[in-house]
Design a protein around this ligand. Structure first.
Ligand code: SF4
Length: 439
């Protein structure tokens, strides 16, 4: 039995795809093992957004070869699509597969392994037009279910459309079927994943279905306790979706909505499809219908042309907005993007200072959000996340909770009352005997 090990860099989408490819290998009789466990084959799923993607890729290949010198090393994923030739020249790499080919790895591998030279199979990204269904199954807590891939937006800083191609989706029928399969494994929470999931519904280049209808259909799937939307563009997060989530028992009150900048000047330069006024409107709508909702925000600092004044606009905008946490990205130039050609480049020192300021703001926001919710009752999904005698989990509105460790709590949904914020910044619940089953 041949042993295969996987390594995933990047986002939830990559994790869902690695998981699906690993199931293909297991179905073919391969034994899935840990990276350290002398595999015969390594499959490394790369990311183009990761800082120093090339260095990381080289390092992982080096480690793989140290563990199993005679192993077969395959590189897939976004970075493999963007730089197939460079990757094929890394010592120790045996095969590189692009976006349109990675799901065919299982059929191609035997032929590949029979030849000595490094195999490179990465078509032009325009050829990645087929949607490949994928979902992750690691434990019973949470599954990332891919519903959409690619993006038609073309923001000035972004390489994802180059690495993943045009927007394309699964059908509602097929997503619902996957949700039933996932429910049958006992998983409690599904996170809907994609590159631009609000744009769900394009099949073979034609818009056939709507994301809101997918939301309605999934809400009816018995056996899944929680559904979470991973991230959705503000212009695609409609009142219809927000209003539905507000009364749904399965869709949780947690929205992750990329903002990228609080300055309209920068938003226009980035080629984003909304202005800050629309963002305020989305936050207000969510908070009016769900005052306890958690709202996470992606923001990029140091985009070309972001002067001190424009950064301050973003800072003040975020400070005044009723949001719960930030994911802060420090802008860095990416080849073949419009932004990389722009002038008014912000010095790296300034980018880092701004990033630090927003990270501090994020902590302040998170603490405020947690404090507002103390004394209230929520449902926690406990995970196999144990530290210093405490077990952790997340509420439906994404508050990280700590309770006294009890192995019986793992993968269980429990109703708890939030008590206090501990020194690690997590919320502690009342004593475990106060933890009782959800009715
Ligand atoms: S919406 Fe913009 S940032 Fe997001 S994937 Fe598409 S091009 Fe990239």
């Amino acid at each position: 039995m041949k042993k295969v090990a996987f390594y995933t860099l990047g986002c939830k989408l990559n994790f869902s795809e690695t998981s699906t490819i690993s199931r293909q290998f297991e179905e073919k009789g391969y034994l899935k093992v840990d990276f350290q466990d002398n595999p015969d084959i390594f499959i490394i799923n790369t990311c183009s957004v990761t800082e120093n993607a090339d260095k990381k890729c080289k390092k992982i290949v080096r480690e793989a070869k140290k563990i199993s010198p005679n192993s077969y090393v395959t590189i897939i994923g976004c970075y493999a699509q963007l730089k197939p030739k460079e990757i094929s020249e890394i010592a120790g790499v045996d095969a590189v597969l692009g976006a349109a080919e990675k799901f065919r790895l299982i059929e191609l591998l035997d032929d590949f392994a029979a030849v000595q030279e490094t195999k490179v199979l990465a078509s032009e990204i325009q050829e990645a037009t087929v949607f490949n269904n994928a979902y992750s199954i690691n434990d019973r807590t949470r599954t990332f279910l891919k519903v959409q891939d690619g993006c038609n937006y073309g923001c000035a800083f972004c390489t994802i459309p180059l690495a993943r191609g045009k927007s394309r989706s699964n059908t509602i029928e097929s997503v619902v079927q996957s949700a039933h399969e996932i429910a049958a494994t006992g998983v409690n929470e599904i996170v809907l994943t994609g590159v631009n999931i609000g744009d769900f519904g394009i099949v073979d280049g034609k818009r056939n279905e709507r994301f809101a209808d997918l939301v309605y259909a999934l809400d009816k799937v018995e056996g899944i306790n929680r559904l979470r939307i991973s991230s959705i563009e503000p212009n695609l997060l409609t009142n219809e979706i927000i209003s539905f989530a507000a009364q749904s028992k399965r869709f949780v009150p947690h929205f992750h909505v990329p903002l990228q900048s609080g300055s309209n000047t920068i938003l226009r330069k980035m080629g984003r499809r909304y202005l800050r006024e629309l963002y305020v409107d989305r936050v207000t709508k969510i908070k009016t219908l769900m005052p306890h909702a958690c709202i996470g925000v992606d923001v990029i600092v140091g985009f070309p042309g972001e002067t001190d004044e424009l950064f301050l606009e973003t800072y003040i905008f975020l400070n005044e907005l009723d949001i719960s946490y930030l994911h802060v990205f420090t802008y860095s130039e990416r080849a073949n993007t419009r932004a990389a050609e722009m002038d008014e480049v912000v010095p790296m020192k300034k980018r880092n200072e701004r990033s630090k300021m927003l990270r501090i703001l994020s902590e302040k926001k998170r603490r405020k959000f947690y404090t507002e919710n103390l004394g209230k009752t929520f449902t926690v999904l406990f995970e196999e996340d144990v530290e210093d005698g405490k077990i952790h989990g997340f509420t439906e509105n994404y508050i990280r909770v700590a309770a006294k460790y009890d192995p019986m709590l793992i993968n269980e949904l429990k109703v708890v009352t939030l008590d206090l914020i501990n020194e690690k910044g997590n919320v502690e619940v009342l004593e475990p005997e106060m933890v009782f089953e959800k009715h």
